[in-house]
Design a protein around this ligand. Structure first.
Ligand SMILES: [Zn+2]
Length: 407
């Protein structure tokens, strides 16, 4: 029997994506045979509304030594976090003396840099020491530990309570959400504010963007489930702010119960979630059917292009593409290679399906007839960058919200 990680209610998977390798486990040809697989199966909790994975691989399987994702490599994300920090300064720090901000999973300091530059007291908590070192080299105060109540007590003893606790694309990775919420509730001042953002369940259901589901994303949050999870620790939603990042995210704003006025956005979005049926099993049965349809449409399209003798490659080897290629059974027979700009992935094979990952230059030198856009959430930027591909007659294939050729 599996129990909800938040409230302990018995949960059962409503579908399975099958045996799945580690989403970021790109491997060399000589590592074939030693791959680790687990069953990727999501569940929805009737008790608290939390969407979660039944099983998650052990952390040491997911975050091996050469795992290094540096947030600051994307200029788009730099702007996004500058705006996020600006909002905190304006909305939370106004009228406060020497406000103190803590960020959980601060990565290479992409967000905290903005607080440091404006002269604010800040502290990053980043367990991956290789990325934390990059932040420290820039003078951003960072500790490399896992956040929980014990660490919260240590931080308070040393620096005092925090005016703001922030995180981005981190909270949904942490299985012990109760431990983290208890730590945050302790760390915050009585009128402190917690703001975090993660991929949004409402967007995923709406777009059938099932590629949000992979090992690291143990939860996909909604306003309803976040309100319930943090409510257990005395925090309440005071605002909900939809974001366009990662194909549809939500910024959750919470504070100790009764300490802040509640924005009308909260009841509006919770009502929208009810209308969308995020609390009903039927919604997940429909999502499952939509995933199956998407799979058969995508495989059907790739097979038909193959029969016509067309060259098809993948564009961007992401964690998300691991779910798509494995669930759909798309291997090198249907996709010649996947082009990616990340040096560490080049020359390797995709997890589970073993499609070669080649440098971006390969795509530029011999452009294919079709490119399957795995990074569909960056479609606007990519289409703008790849105008030559289009001018040469190249066509894009997308699968979110529907499988098709982009005209
Ligand atoms: Zn639950």
């Amino acid at each position: 029997m599996t129990c909800c990680r938040v409230c302990g209610t018995k949960i059962e998977a409503f579908m399975s994506f099958g045996a799945m390798p580690i989403a970021n486990g790109f491997l060399s040809p000589d590592e074939i045979g030693g791959e680790y697989f687990f069953e990727l199966a999501p569940a929805f909790c009737d008790g608290c509304g939390m969407f979660q994975l039944i099983d998650q691989p052990a952390p040491e399987k997911m975050f091996h030594e050469n795992y290094a994702f540096y947030s600051s490599t994307s200029r788009h994300m730099q702007t996004h976090f500058k705006d996020f920090a600006g909002m905190v300064i304006q909305r939370v720090f106004a009228g406060r003396t020497d406000p103190f901000v803590v960020e959980l999973g601060s990565n290479d300091g992409i967000m905290l840099r903005n607080f440091k530059e404006a002269g604010y007291l800040h502290l990053g908590v980043e367990p991956s020491s290789n990325v934390a070192d990059v932040a420290r080299e820039q003078g951003i105060r960072t500790i490399s530990e896992f956040f929980n109540l014990e660490l919260a007590k240590k931080i308070v003893a040393e620096h005092g309570h925090a005016d703001a606790v922030l995180s981005a694309n981190v909270m949904c990775h942490i299985p012990d959400i109760n431990g983290v919420a208890a730590g945050i509730a302790y760390l915050l001042k009585k009128d402190g504010v917690l703001m975090f953002e993660d991929p949004y369940l409402g967007s995923m259901i709406e777009k059938t963007s099932y590629d949000q589901i992979y090992d690291e994303h143990v939860f996909i949050f909604s306003g309803t489930s976040v309100g319930a999870a943090f409510g257990r620790h005395g925090l309440e939603l005071i605002d909900l702010l939809p974001q366009t990042t990662h194909g549809g995210s939500m910024r959750y704003v919470l504070a100790p119960k009764g300490s802040h006025p509640i924005s009308p956005n909260v009841s509006m979005i919770l009502e929208k979630e009810r209308a969308q049926g995020l609390h009903q099993p039927e919604t997940y049965a429909a999502f499952k059917a939509n995933c199956e349809q998407s799979r058969s449409d995508l495989v059907g399209l790739l097979r038909s292009l193959k029969e016509q003798g067309k060259r098809v490659v993948g564009y961007a080897a992401t964690s998300k593409s691991t779910t798509v290629t494995n669930y759909c059974g798309i291997g090198p027979d249907l996709i010649e290679y996947i082009s990616d700009t990340t040096p560490i992935k080049q020359g390797k094979l995709t997890p589970g399906t073993h499609i070669p990952v080649k440098p971006y230059e390969t795509f530029q030198e011999k452009m294919p007839d079709y490119a399957l856009l795995f990074a569909w959430n960056h479609a606007v930027e990519i289409f703008e960058k790849e105008q030559i591909f289009k001018a040469k007659g190249g066509k894009w294939i997308t699968f979110v919200p529907q499988v098709g050729i982009v005209e």
